[in-house]
Design a protein around this ligand. Structure first.
Ligand code: ADP
Ligand code: MG
Length: 397
């Protein structure tokens, strides 16, 4: 995939109507509808401000939740318009529909420096079908398309990809940073490149492991998925997470790494709990020797030493998947130690994956990393080396 794409800085936006695809898919309180984190709205501000300050009229759009092609008032973007307006310190005009009469009238009347927010793009059945009619209708509102919704670039939807067939299309600052940092880490990394892979399941990380085996110098395995590797080698894993169907695959990966000269590190010990609970009884046991009735919930102290040593001399570290059940403080020690080690290297440090980003944030290391990808699923597909439709549709540099 070509990661070098034109940005808002490469085009003239003055006096133009700009359709800006944002990721305003914010978490909301189920009962009150209140926005529980405005991070994604805050993240969109630099591009919005740049466009407004440079004389563009901004027509912003986004999806929110899964209304499945129907108008669902509880998934209206109105609360987002309110919060965005507070953050920007200016009025955000809200449309009652996506490409209907209200949106069209308000878009037509929009002046440079003003911002309009369309309703939830998924109120339109054509959105997730990438219907060309919807793409054309969206395109007809504007003269330029800017995408800054990294969290949605792995979807080929009308507002994330289809619309780019009918307008010149460039990226905003958020996508540009994702492409710059992750794109260079994958295509021309500062070596050695160390990939740390954890999380719950091997099966959800196959694509990531396969792709990183091709480019990394060292691969570190932790988290729940490490127990499938351990079981595949004949180890005792007690009640730890196991995907028995993937044991063969795990062994093949170990062989493939050896063939390619990629160093693959597996845990040498784990912190076990007598049940899956924050206050579980704990004990440290060597890898492959977990007694029945116990389950591995974190990497052990010897593993922490080994992994921190491997990270120390890295040029680039790509981390996806926590080392343990970080949601329970008693089992967050391994994840915390890795975060601490990353914060101390001179390496380019990249965090991908929704839970990994949450872990780093929760443990207080967010501002110590080079880059925390804003897209959960999108960042995984990026690490898998897949073509992302919402990136591929943008103009090449
Ligand atoms: P990401 O969203 O960053 O890609 P995953 O979704 O793959 O990460 O994995 C995150 C989840 O893995 C966390 O909820 C964490 O509790 C869980 N996890 C990590 N280690 C273990 C373990 N040893 N046993 C059970 N669950 C684990
Ligand atoms: Mg996850």
């Amino acid at each position: 995939m070509n990661y070098r794409k034109k940005t808002v800085l490469d085009v003239d936006v003055r006096g133009k109507k700009v359709l800006l695809r944002c990721d305003f898919n914010v978490p909301q309180d189920k009962a009150t509808g209140e926005i529980t984190s405005d991070k994604r709205i805050v993240a969109a501000l630099p591009t919005i401000r740049y466009l407004l300050e440079n004389g563009a009229a901004v027509i912003a759009c986004s999806h929110l939740g899964k209304p499945k092609g129907e108008v669902k008032p509880e998934l209206s973007l109105k609360p987002v318009a309110k919060r965005l307006s507070e953050l920007l310190g200016q009025e955000v005009i809200m449309a009652d529909d996506v490409v209907g009469p209200d949106a069209r009238a308000k878009a037509a009347a929009l002046q440079p420096g003003q911002i309009l927010l369309l309703e939830n793009t998924r109120f339109e059945p054509g959105e997730t079908k990438n219907d060309p009619e919807l793409s054309k209708a969206l395109a007809s509102l504007a003269e330029l398309y800017v995408s800054d919704a990294f969290g949605a670039v792995h979807r080929a939807h009308a507002s994330t990809a289809g619309v780019a067939a009918y307008l010149p299309a460039v990226s905003g600052f958020l996508i540009q940073k994702e492409l710059d940092v992750m794109g260079s880490a994958l295509s021309a990394p500062k070596r050695p490149l160390v990939a740390i892979l954890g999380g719950s399941k091997v099966s959800s990380k196959i694509g990531v492991i396969n792709n990183l085996l091709e480019i990394a110098d060292t691969i570190i395995i932790g988290g729940g998925m490490s127990y499938t590797f351990s079981a595949a080698k004949g180890g005792k894993i007690g009640d730890s997470l196991l995907e028995a169907d993937w044991e063969d695959y795990a062994n093949q990966m170990v062989e493939k790494a050896a063939e390619k000269g990629v160093k693959l590190l597996l845990p040498v010990d784990s912190v076990c709990g007598d049940r899956f609970a924050p206050d579980a009884e704990r004990k440290v046991v060597p890898a492959g020797q977990i007694p029945d009735g116990w389950q591995g919930l974190d990497i052990g102290p010897e593993t922490v030493k080994l992994y921190c040593g491997a990270v120390a001399g890295a040029g680039t570290v790509i981390w996806n998947g926590p080392m343990g059940v970080f949601e329970f403080p008693a089992f967050a020690v391994g994840t915390q130690a890795i975060a601490e080690a990353l914060s101390k290297t001179g390496a380019v440090t990249i965090i991908g994956g929704g839970d990994s980003a949450a872990a780093v944030d929760q443990l207080g290391y967010a501002d110590k990393m080079t880059h925390i990808s804003t897209g959960g699923g999108a960042s995984l597909e990026f690490l898998e080396g897949k073509e992302l439709p919402g990136v591929a549709c943008l103009l090449d540099k």
